[in-house]
Design a protein around this ligand. Structure first.
Ligand code: SAM
Length: 250
């Protein structure tokens, strides 16, 4: 039985609308800019995130990729050698899904247009869940984490790949220079969108650091939460486990 969902606080739905509009508008240029502006490092990060999912324990099961965008993370899982399951890939910006369809042709990835904060799936459906660069965009990350916990099978992992601000002084200075000055200009020039690529650095700066994020995941019900940094702390991977149900001794 699922607990009744709470109403969104005022302002949350406006933020969600703004985010959906933004990604719908930049969808045609999203992939190009993503790989260009991250100097292609994002591909390595995605492979690293999938390694943490532990899908090898249940290669024929069903997995979920949240805020899937143009399916990069979902396709990364579906093309792993030995993977024989299905990936459901959900996003609320339809143009992002439409743009990425070519990547999942003849792959066992099923697109779903849906909101991460109100997932259209039954409790305990998925053996594992991933989300790449998505939770920072949620109007209420805690609501998304509670939904991930609800639809995850006991013993399953929720892997969160997200940008973060590097802890080291030099790396942070270089990163902020790039993020605050170079990326918004290059993004505006290539995408033609007036503010999408200023939103990116703002959303990263406003987002909780890795320790705080781990706390939010615990608050949503995950019992074991570990995290590590990638590329000097530009990105972080959190691995949150939903406790397996203990059966009483016979
Ligand atoms: C930065 S993109 C990441 C896409 C993809 N995961 C990747 O790694 O490239 C963020 C995606 O999250 C989606 N998103 C943001 N909030 C969402 C929500 N509440 N429900 C579903 N999708 C959401 C956006 O539409 C967008 O496609």
């Amino acid at each position: 039985m699922t607990a009744p969902r709470e109403a969104k606080p005022a302002g949350a739905s406006e933020r969600a609308d703004r985010v959906r509009t933004l990604f719908s508008e930049i969808a045609p240029r999203y992939d190009l800019l993503n790989h260009l502006l991250s100097l292609n490092i994002d591909r390595r990060w995605r492979r690293r995130a999938i390694r943490e999912l532990g899908w090898e324990a249940a290669p024929e099961d069903t997995y979920l990729d949240l805020c899937t965008g143009t399916f990069d993370l979902a396709a990364e899982l579906a093309t792993r050698r030995g993977f024989a399951g299905t990936v459901l890939a959900a996003d609320f910006a339809f143009p992002m899904l439409a743009r990425g369809l070519g990547k999942i042709r003849s792959r066992s990835v099923a697109p779903v247009c849906g909101d991460t904060q109100l997932l259209p799936f039954a409790d305990r459906t998925f053996a594992g869940i991933t989300v790449g660069f998505g939770v920072r965009n949620l109007s209420e990350p805690e609501a998304g984490f509670r939904e991930a916990w609800r639809v995850l099978k006991p013993g399953g992992r929720f892997v969160v790949l997200e940008f973060t601000v590097p802890p080291g002084r030099l790396m942070r200075a270089a990163y902020l220079l790039y993020f605050n000055h170079i990326l918004p200009r290059a993004g505006r020039l290539i995408s033609g969108h007036p503010w999408a690529y200023s939103y990116l650095p703002e959303s990263v700066k406003d987002f909780p650091g890795p320790g705080e994020l781990a706390g939010l995941l615990r608050g949503a019900g995950f019992t074991k939460v570990d995290w590590f940094l990638l590329t000097g702390g530009i990105a972080a991977v959190h691995v949150a486990v939903k406790q397996a149900v203990r059966r009483p001794a016979p």
